[in-house]
Ligand binder design. Sequence first.
Ligand code: SF4
Length: 493
Amino acid sequence: MIIVYTDKEKYFYDIHSLVKSFYPEEDVLVFVKGSRQIPEDANVILTIDMTLAWDEGHISADFIRDGSLVKSLSMDCIRESEAYSADMTDSPKNVLKRLLYTVLNEETGKDLPWGTLTGIRPVKIAMHRLLGGDSDIQIRDYMKKTYICSDEKTDLSIEIAHRENRLLEGTTDGKGYSLYVNIPFCPTRCAYCSFMSSPIGLWKGKVDDYLDCIKKEIDETAPLFKDKRLDSIYIGGGTPTTLEPYQLEKLIGWIKDSYDTSYSREFTIESGRPDSITMDKLKVMKKGGVTRISVNPQTMRDRTLELIGRHHSVQQTIDSFYMAREAGFDHINMDIILGLPGEELSDVQYTMDEIAKLRPDELTVHSLAIKRASRLYDYVADHGLAGMDTTSAMMKVAEDGARSMGLGPYYLYRQKNISGNFENTGYGRGDKMCLYNIITMEETQSILALGSGSVSKRIFEGSRIERKGNPKDVKLYMENTSSDPSVMRDFFS
Ligand code: SF4
């Protein structure tokens, strides 16, 4: 356990996130000294005692191991009253994080590729400065000085910011919006899954009722958007292709009949689990105007698929991919996960080599995130996480593999508890990139989200953002929506 005492509550979250990045397998407690008792049997390996005197212009910290002072450090920052933005290089928050980073880097010997950046959207920083007129050199200097970000991640952020900027062209005038529909069913539940998704077999006979609830939400909301431009449509989950062909057909039909889709630049239906894909479903989607799908291998090793409970084989991935090509899909994404249990660098290389043979149009590289809600959490408790160096090498193999397939990085996000504190990166070829993914990352337009667990986002002038979520529990969502489907209508009115 790592204990961090401070004298002020401010920045608890930032301190916790950064310490956790260095010690992903340790419990981290941050609190005001004297406000709580540490259990006597707690295995405390490091105590950090921080004095946050930013009004006087500095921050200091003592680092104590086994009761002895190891190091004292102090850094100057600008006064809080003068810190008009937390993004300023010497704002109290940034100095505090650099101070912590410096000592934890010495303590652990670890360099974090993203430095002190712990948020989920690091590219937003590069994007913000790019739109503000900064050159690449200025952005690079700023990110390195302010966040101790590595050269590699700084350059990646800038490259993605440029690409995102181009892809967002024509969608940021305040007139566009995107539509998301959540289908919370899958063939079976994968061991690493932390989503609110359940095996479709448990909902036998009730799926049409669920879709009827979505129809009610469509009827309520469509009139509100009749003067807006629908730029992208995304049906996700779960696995939307667990729906029967007639169910997919009616859902697509409702969307097209209710919203003006004539300006839409893309229409995605996630078809992630290869064992859910059939030619009949692909034909329905193609006929309905779906432009982009995913066929997700996660790994091309059968033994790992079995270990993570995917219930499909590598051969099914290959067959489903070629079936989608045969059905006419020319924009297919594939997802892979790095840091899967039992996988080494050679397994990632093998997966990349096998995927290269298929030539997908997009590849999304995820780092494994271990969430308490997943069955894999217990596996990790027994076997530990993949080492950071290994994961770093895996990231490199995946990036090199994607680039050698002609795919360039176009979006990136991070998650909590992610293996090695890395990121998830989407790579695409030419214009085969997912606009919806970028819109959700950069928060450039409102998203109308329907179905259980979906979260609508309303962007107001001046970049103010409000969110409204539907219940995650499918049964509760259906009960609520049956009696009152107007929640999202009221939110956007
Ligand atoms: S396919 Fe995705 S959403 Fe479905 S169970 Fe597996 S990880 Fe969860």
